[in-house]
Design a protein around this ligand. Structure first.
Ligand code: CP
Length: 309
């Protein structure tokens, strides 16, 4: 088996296409493992991993924890809201204290863009970015591409539209990097106020009309409106947003072809996507979650192999 070109997973921006293919091939093996009756392998019995979350999470936190346990690693879970961070302890002090307990790897979610990059320069551990503000969410993009590959056979040459709040979305940025690296064609669609200026410089096209975007694509990745990151009003009302950029079953059925519907979660049902679309046969939302465990096992396994060298 090959090895990753990086010692940390800080963003898709720092990966090569060969890293992505290695992660997918490794995830294929782990997907087979987690579908066995005994879903565990002893690979990382000598590795200790701390999951430190400074922001809320359901999927990412549980998925990392399960991936680590399936690999037989020892796992520490740290939630900032119940820690001495509340007493003013800094990020570096917090992490160095955790590392003194002989921790090898840190999986971190943090509201500040670049928090993982900063940490990787100041502490002696392998860092995995589990989402840093509006910057990157690399394991989400990896599991998204892996799910497209599983459903459509390949990512190269596929037309993928990312719909919604592109401006504040770490999922959008990581997906754009990952999809372009693998040779997919990418469009973004959403209110003009939520599309970053100069996004075309990343090799994507902007399509303001949702119907046209859906008619073009093989895959639509529907993003959540992240109300917690909206400091001002970017569109008149949620109802108007849904009318222009929400996908419902009538719209989907009127396309005359079957497209794949994705969503990173959590879903705002009835806003960016209706329940009958989210729960339809075209939706692979729960497959994405299932694949998240295999992808995170692959990432942790490959990074841990570099620590052991
Ligand atoms: N997709 C995702 O990151 O979900 P959580 O915020 O629940 O982890």
């Amino acid at each position: 088996m090959g090895e990753l070109s990086v010692n940390h997973l800080l963003g898709i921006k720092y990966l090569k296409e060969s890293d992505i293919q290695l992660i997918f091939e490794t995830a294929d093996h782990f997907k087979e493992v987690i579908n066995r009756s005994i879903k565990k392998v002893p690979s990382l019995r000598d590795i200790t991993i701390a999951n430190i979350f400074f922001e809320n999470s359901t999927r990412t936190k549980l998925s990392f924890e399960l991936a680590e346990k399936r690999l037989s690693a020892d796992v520490l879970n740290f939630s900032a809201s119940q820690s001495s961070v509340k007493k003013g302890e800094t990020l570096i002090d917090t992490v160095n204290n955790i590392l003194s307990m002989k921790v090898d790897m840190v999986v971190m979610r943090h509201p500040n863009p670049g928090a993982g990059i900063f940490l990787s320069k100041h502490v002696k551990a392998s860092i995995v970015n589990a989402g840093d503000g509006a910057h990157e969410h690399p394991t989400q993009a990896l599991l998204d591409s892996y799910s497209i590959r599983e459903k459509l056979g390949d990512v190269a040459g596929k037309n993928v539209v990312i719909v919604g709040d592109i401006l504040h979305s770490r999922v959008a940025l990581s997906n754009i990097f990952a999809l372009k690296l693998q040779g997919a064609n990418v469009k973004v669609c959403g209110p003009k106020t939520l599309i970053p200026k100069h996004i075309e410089s990343l090799g994507v096209q902007v399509e303001m009309n949702l119907r046209k975007a859906l008619e073009w694509c093989d895959v639509a990745n529907m993003l959540r409106i992240q109300n917690e990151r909206l400091d001002i009003s970017y569109f008149p009302t949620t109802r108007e947003y849904t009318q222009q950029f929400g996908v419902n079953k009538n719209l989907l059925d009127s396309l005359g072809k079957e497209i794949v519907i994705m969503h990173p979660g959590p879903i705002n049902r009835g806003v960016e996507i209706t329940s009958d679309v989210a729960d339809s046969k075209q939706s692979i939302i729960l497959n994405q979650v299932e694949n998240g465990v295999a992808i995170r096992m692959a990432v942790i396994y490959l990074l841990a192999s570099k620590i052991k060298q």
